[in-house]
Design a binder for this molecule. Sequence first.
Ligand code: NAP
Length: 337
Amino acid sequence: MAQPVKATHNAGRYSSGSAAMTHGGGTAAVAPQRRRVLARRPLRCQADSAEAAESGVAGVVAQRERVFLVTGATDGIGKHTATRLAERENTRVLLHGRNPARGAKALAEIAAATGNDKLEYFNADLSLLSEVHELARQVQAKHPAVDVLVNNAGVYVEDRTVTADGFELTWAVNVVAPFLLTRLLLDNITAGHQPRIVNVSSISQTEGGGRLNFDNLQHERYYDAHSAYGLSKLASVCFTYDLARKLKGHPSGVTVNCLDPGTVNTKMLLAGWGPCGIPVGSADNELFLATDESVEAVSGKYFVSSRATQSCRQTFDNDARAKLWGVLEEQSGVTYN
Ligand SMILES: NC(=O)c1ccc[n+]([C@@H]2O[C@H](COP(=O)([O-])OP(=O)(O)OC[C@H]3O[C@@H](n4cnc5c(N)ncnc54)[C@H](OP(=O)(O)O)[C@@H]3O)[C@@H](O)[C@H]2O)c1
């Protein structure tokens, strides 16, 4: 079922180099490989520019490394986003996955496709609270600042499954894990430069009625895979709106947005909806929200096709969102106060 993802290659010059792989804790050398030098858009930092001007280095703009963490970067849209990020100059990409072999493969493929030697892999099953905590610990141990967190990992689950923590699996991975991971990494994110939090929702937020049914959040009474998935994506928008509100005016200038990444032919789409999407190699909406300068100061929005768009009605119900927030604090065991 899994669709192998081919990294997109633009024409470019090559020079020799070496890449390093970091797996959770350890680092392993990778055989030297040809490094592609791409026409990359420089990431400029005002402070750095000022320093360069002060030092009298005409025309030279110092560039600051930007650190991105992409969850679910071993396949589909997350892997594509990680690849596109890795193509950018001065960019470190922290790839997350749940299977070490798939993680090593994704890292090697992205390193080979982009020539980026600043890729690291972190392993965690996001259906388990303990592993979300461990992921955060491992990231924190290496990266005091994470400029952008892309909460991309997600599942569509045909038959109701309950995790070891007692949550319905779709809810655990798509809702509780991003809520918890974002909280655990919030100090690192707000220590970043022009930090962003990007939550991956879906136009499927209306599947299942577009309502937060608090009597059946875990679908104990009745399970339908599309309803469970739609509910999780509705909750993702609600989480985004409330987190953006809570972080409004934060000195770091952190932004929080969510998006529908497009209908994309990944293994998830094939499993739940069939091959009705665009090729993975064209799925650039996550990249846009994670990097584009035009959305640098935008927060608390839901994007479709890279445009801020109206989400479904219940996401504007303050009481329902507040109730959901309380449920998520209880389920995840963290508060944002
Ligand atoms: N494809 C679409 O048309 C579409 C539309 C709207 C929204 N989305 C959203 O886009 C995001 C990416 O989906 P996709 O279509 O690219 O799906 P995908 O190809 O199935 O990729 C999902 C990623 O999440 C990882 N993942 C799944 N369960 C996990 C767990 N328990 N712990 C840790 N990682 C886990 C997967 O790891 P493995 O590689 O090990 O499977 C994979 O890396 C999801 O949030 C999805 O809901 C997709």
